[in-house]
Design a protein around this ligand. Structure first.
Ligand code: NAD
Length: 305
């Protein structure tokens, strides 16, 4: 029985594919029949390109690795903030794009009190603006061919918050709203878009985890989820997934049943305070996935026509 998940003839763009997770994704897709654009500008973990042009070699090294193994790949060295150029590389070389993995990322950890505008701006620029630029450029091709797969990279820091990472957490949580919206816009064109919050040993995490932890957090252990979400058989869209050290799970929103007051002049902070337990009680919770969900609930509760 052939049980390989394959991407024959598909064009896959992986941003930040010169190191860490992105490199593993690129190697995986190329080994499974895809033509891969290996994007990486070759900066350091904080978004600084101290070494200048020579660092573009990280993308070249991955392309060489793929070609040496008999695969097909081209390098692109543009920053993701110029994501349209990355997509152009895919189109110029391979005619279109089918899968977009927005993976490039950096850190600028600093507590809010000491955070400079530049620390905030560069994180938004790389993670949020970068993902927007590649997705917008790929969209017309996805729409025309009625097929596209996007994975945007978030982080547990974004989903849950993390000390010293307000910039990174905000940028990573932005991936959720962005993804859920693209999933809705792409639904009728067979374009899916999902969020991945990975955990893997890389230069971004080497100062955070113990050596024992680093040993089990191999980046290639995240790859299977990327493989499934970007496969043509996958119908998941607008969802958030975690992957680390062989663990895979889905995360969703939960709304408490809540407290419904009478929406009239009797509604005061005192009334709310008295009923606070109901507001924060998750028994019989709901799992909304549309903005209209709350309105429908209100219409029902208040018996609005
Ligand atoms: P990494 O530093 O090993 O690789 C990231 C790559 O992105 C680097 O090669 C870098 O040169 C490239 N890059 C950075 N800015 C770029 C830009 N503007 N344009 C093009 N390329 C750029 O990091 P990693 O751990 O493999 O992280 C990959 C992604 O996963 C990032 O988005 C990161 O925030 C996210 N993430 C990682 C972890 C983890 O545990 N490693 C956890 C949560 C989220």
């Amino acid at each position: 029985m052939v049980d390989q998940t394959r991407y024959d003839g598909q064009v896959v763009v992986v941003t930040g594919a010169g190191n860490g997770l992105g490199r593993q994704y690129a190697l995986f897709f190329a080994a499974r029949g895809a033509k891969v654009v290996v994007n990486d500008l070759g900066g350091n973990a904080f978004g600084k390109d101290k070494e200048g042009k020579g660092q573009s070699r990280v993308a070249d090294a991955v392309v060489k690795e793929i070609r040496d193994a008999g695969g097909i790949a081209v390098a692109n060295y543009d920053p993701v903030q110029q994501g349209d150029r990355i997509i152009k590389t895919a189109v110029d070389n391979f005619g279109t794009v089918h899968v977009l993995i927005n993976n490039a990322g950096i850190l600028r950890d600093v507590t809010i009190r000491n955070m400079k505008d530049a620390d905030w701006d560069i994180i938004m620029d790389v993670h949020v603006h970068g993902s927007f630029k590649t997705a917008r450029a790929a969209w017309p091709f996805f729409k025309k061919q009625k097929y596209g797969r996007i994975i945007n990279t978030s982080s547990s820091s974004g989903l849950f918050g993390n000390f010293g990472q307000s910039n990174y957490a905000a940028g990573k949580m932005a991936m959720v709203g962005f993804t859920k919206t693209l999933a809705k816009e792409g639904a009728k064109y067979n374009i899916t878009c999902n969020v991945l919050a990975p955990g893997a040993a890389s230069r971004l995490t080497q100062t955070v985890w113990t050596p024992e932890m680093m040993d089990v957090m191999r980046p290639d252990f995240v790859v299977p989820l990327v493989g499934v979400l970007s496969h043509e058989s996958c119908r998941e869209s607008g969802s958030i997934f975690e992957a680390a050290a062989g663990h895979f799970s889905k995360i969703r929103w939960e709304r408490s049943k809540g407290f419904q007051a009478r929406p009239d002049d009797s509604l005061t902070a005192d009334v709310l305070l008295k009923n606070w337990k109901q507001v924060v009680n998750f028994t019989d919770a709901e799992h909304p996935n549309q903005p209209s969900h709350l309105i429908e609930r209100l219409e029902k509760a208040l018996e609005l026509p």
